[in-house]
Design a protein around this ligand. Structure first.
Ligand code: DLL
Length: 433
């Protein structure tokens, strides 16, 4: 498969590090000069941008967090005057004010180029018809994918999120070859197709580019077989650029991070210490080419690890593993750390479980208790009690062996768990209500 930007995606590590250092130094100077939040933080630690003489000096710099963005709402983190900003997006904060991000004309070019890399790595070419099923609006997902697909010359259908039946009709009539959405929406579409009696083989669909939320390998297998496509993962976040930070190639062995534009680090989320290559921890990203909204050591809260080994696709860029989820989504059940994605991975692989589930956390006799509500296929739901009991036992044992805490299982009727058109929200925590 092709590589969109071989000069930047296949550099030797030595060349790449030299480029990163030059770009980092330029970014630090610009941020220090133009953004008071960075200037104040650097001054407090008595750090001058000139103190960064090597990439390893990056670890001396302070982190940037979502709180910094909130405190500087709306435009305080911008490094250019508003007249140079051509686009504003914001992230979907669940509490308080959203965070606002800006792009100059050059930033939009950078973003489009990054997204062209994501699409090319996933196998998309100018012959494809790309149906974007993300909401166009403040969310960065739709615009980013739209620009990338358009730049490589594919035919873009800006369908937007939701309206599942229409999505399917457009897929049939316009012969879409690529679906871009969240993985959970891909499942919603597959379900609806099944209900409508639409066979995926009758469609022209070949590829799915999914991102915006964690999803397990089992979910990938499920989506690939139900939609008859090759599904790749792509990652990003609005604070850093939107989608386009990293994407999988055809080998699907981690998402290549575009290191000529972003420097990734992995830290221990508790101690904030930098961890050695290969360790699992929180991803921290520094942008090194962005003009309007440079981010220095932004704490993403996403838990992953980095793999520097060679990839057969020819890209020399480091790969990040599928994220386990965000450190703030991690559940602490009886003192044990549990990621919803671990539970999903087990569930989706079990025959008879639908990929629709909800985790309800509560306190029972003053101890944490997690109940997993799982939608099951019709035949299991209506099976006799004895068989249902055996099924529950099997699921319970499998999950407990993976997460290491006891869990309760409740089978629920087909189609009773909410479906998602955007990012899924599967955890109901009743402990503090
Ligand atoms: O979700 C950007 C995006 C859109 C990426 C479409 C990929 C596709 P935000 O709304 O700011 O931006 O949310 C960012 O979503 O910190 C992760 O926790 C999560 N996330 C995004 N992509 C993935 C992924 C967009 N592939 C937050 N796997 C991030 C796991 C993901 N989590």
């Amino acid at each position: 498969m092709g590589i969109w930007d071989p000069a930047n995606e296949c550099m030797s590590r030595e060349e790449l590090e030299q480029l990163q250092l030059e770009r980092l130094q330029a970014t630090l100077h610009r941020a220090y000069k133009n953004v008071s939040c960075y200037r104040n933080k650097f001054n407090e630690l008595k750090i001058d941008p000139d103190d960064v003489q090597s990439l390893s000096d990056l670890s001396k710099l302070p982190f940037t967090t979502k709180d910094d963005l909130r405190l500087n709402y709306p435009y305080g983190m911008f490094a250019v005057p508003l007249r140079e900003v051509v686009r504003i997006h914001s992230s979907s904060g669940t509490t308080g004010k959203p965070t606002v991000v800006g792009y100059t004309r050059n930033d939009i070019k950078t973003w489009s180029n990054l997204m062209a890399r994501v699409h090319t790595a996933a196998g998309i070419t100018h012959d494809d018809v790309v149906q974007i099923a993300f909401g166009y609006g403040m969310f960065t997902g739709a615009f980013g994918h739209h620009y990338g697909a358009e730049i490589i010359g594919a035919s873009v259908i800006p369908m937007g999120g939701g309206n599942t039946e229409k999505q399917i009709m457009i897929m049939q009539d316009y012969r879409s070859t690529v679906l871009v959405s969240t993985p959970s929406y891909a499942i919603t579409i597959a379900d609806r197709m099944e209900q409508l009696g639409v066979d995926s083989k009758s469609l022209s669909l070949k590829f799915g580019l999914f991102g915006g939320e964690p999803w397990s390998e089992s979910m990938r297998t499920e989506i690939e077989s139900r939609l008859g496509i090759s599904a790749t993962d792509n990652y990003g976040l609005s604070e850093v650029i939107g989608p386009g930070v990293a994407g999988e190639c055809e080998y699907k062995c981690g998402m290549h991070i575009f290191e000529d534009v972003f420097i990734p680090e992995i830290i221990d989320p508790e101690t904030c210490e930098l961890l050695p290559p290969g360790s699992v921890g929180e991803l921290v990203i520094t942008t090194i080419t962005k003009e309007a909204f440079p981010m220095i050591r932004y704490r993403t809260r996403d838990i992953t690890s980095l793999d520097y080994s060679k990839c057969d696709c020819g890209r020399t860029l480091v790969r990040m593993k599928k994220t386990m989820g965000r450190s703030d989504d991690m559940l602490i059940i009886k003192g044990v750390n549990v990621f919803p994605s671990q539970i999903e991975d087990v569930l989706v692989a079990i025959d008879g479980c639908e990929p629709h589930y909800q985790l309800v956390i509560d306190r029972k006799n003053s101890a944490d208790f997690i109940e997993i509500q799982i939608e099951v296929t019709e035949n299991i739901f209506f099976d006799e009690m004895r068989l249902q009991r055996a099924f529950i036992d099997k699921v319970q044992k499998k999950i407990e062996s993976v997460v290491g805490v006891s869990v309760g299982i409740k089978l629920v009727e087909p189609k009773s768990i909410p479906r998602f058109e955007g990012k899924a929200s599967r955890v109901i925590d009743k402990r503090h209500s």
